[in-house]
Design a protein around this ligand. Structure first.
Ligand SMILES: Cc1cc2nc3c(=O)[nH]c(=O)nc-3n(C[C@H](O)[C@H](O)[C@H](O)COP(=O)(O)OP(=O)(O)OC[C@H]3O[C@@H](n4cnc5c(N)ncnc54)[C@H](O)[C@@H]3O)c2cc1C
Length: 313
């Protein structure tokens, strides 16, 4: 029999680390397992300016603080630990980690987050954090009075593009089709906004600049004609990929692969909770993940208590 915990948390992003802080502080024996680095998507943010109580910090620094806080209360954290299998049903759930074996717990919190969908271009990687962003709420303010591009044509793309006009002097929406997939009301709102310009049926060819993004090069799908759009920022809104492949067939997911959980963060399996960006929800921020992590931890504590109360003496 492998090592036993009360709760195993999968994922050490802000949701998982917050759950770890609450659980360990409540003297619940907790193990966090992350297949990558602690901090999750936060470590990709060079400047976090919207976390209450912390005026401005780097994503790396806030990640390290959360990690330290969890460990201070006794939480065990394993990083760079790929999960190779799991059994989430029944009383004794287990998670198997490469080269480490099985870890057992009565409750599991899934907090494996996700990643914004990328275009997959080399030049996109080059300007990530120096002009290219996937989060208007996080980075919009950095482009005050600047000309920017927004790529995408769904609801979030148009809503975010409209939101970005609060900061930018001009927003050019570039979309791959001639029609938007977004709801008519938001398309109309975008069309009425004088700061928004449209380039439809375009392929993205390249992002160029020196140290920082300067130009987005696109080409018409119909004529092949190239347009060079001067832009200090480019926001890519082409979807989101939740890290839930490992839960397929085990927990209920929606058609986009997002994990379904109720307001107490209960998933479709008793004793398994979800927190953060992996779950079906509209807003994905550090604060919303931290809130989910808190609720999942408190729900898990309640679950363990009810389980103990109903166990035969
Ligand atoms: C570039 C960028 C900038 C951002 N800036 C801001 C900002 O300024 N302010 C803000 O509020 N939000 C910002 N966000 C959004 C914010 O970072 C996310 O909403 C938040 O990190 C989500 O937290 P999470 O814990 O749910 O998931 P994540 O942060 O995605 O963490 C999930 C963790 O799970 C791990 N994992 C994945 N799969 C597995 C598996 N199978 N087994 C074990 N572990 C696994 C990952 O390695 C990761 O560490 C930004 C996002 C990006 C991409």
């Amino acid at each position: 029999m492998g090592e036993k915990y009360d709760v195993i948390v999968l994922g050490a992003g802000p949701a998982g680390l917050t759950a770890g802080i609450y659980l360990s502080r409540a003297r619940v024996k907790t193990l966090i397992i992350d297949s990558g680095t602690a901090g999750g998507q936060m470590v990709m943010s060079y400047n976090v300016a919207n976390y209450p109580g912390v005026e401005t910090t780097s994503g790396w620094d806030i990640s390290q603080t959360m990690l330290r806080q969890a460990k201070t209360f006794g939480c065990k954290v394993m990083t760079q630990s790929p999960v190779t299998g799991m059994n989430l049903s029944g009383e004794d759930k287990w998670v198997e980690v490469e080269d480490e074996g099985r870890f057992y717990a009565h409750a599991v919190i899934t907090a494996t987050g996700g990643v914004p969908r990328e275009l997959g271009m080399e030049s996109e990687q080059r300007f990530m954090g120096t002009g290219i962003s996937y989060c208007a709420t996080c980075d919009g303010d950095f482009f005050t009075d600047k000309e920017i591009v927004a790529i995408g044509g769904g609801n979030s793309a148009l809503e975010e593009a409209v939101g970005l006009t609060k900061y930018a002097s001009k927003v050019t929406i570039v979309h791959e089709f001639n029609e938007f997939q977004a709801q008519p009301w938001i398309v109309e709102e975008a069309r009425k906004n004088e700061k928004i310009h449209f380039l439809m049926a375009q392929d993205i060819i390249e992002f160029t600049g020196t140290d920082h993004l300067e130009t987005v090069i696109v080409a018409s799908k119909e004529t092949g004609e190239r347009t060079l759009i001067p832009a200090e920022g480019c926001f890519i809104f082409i979807g989101y990929v939740p890290n839930t492949a490992v839960f397929k067939g085990i927990l209920e997911l929606n058609e986009r692969g997002e994990l379904i959980a109720d307001r107490q963060m209960n998933t479709s399996v008793p004793g398994v909770f979800a927190a953060g960006d992996l779950r079906e929800k509209r807003f994905r921020q550090i604060t919303t993940s931290v809130a989910d992590g808190t609720i999942a931890a408190l729900s898990a504590i309640e679950f363990l208590q009810q389980r103990a109360d109903s166990s035969p003496v």
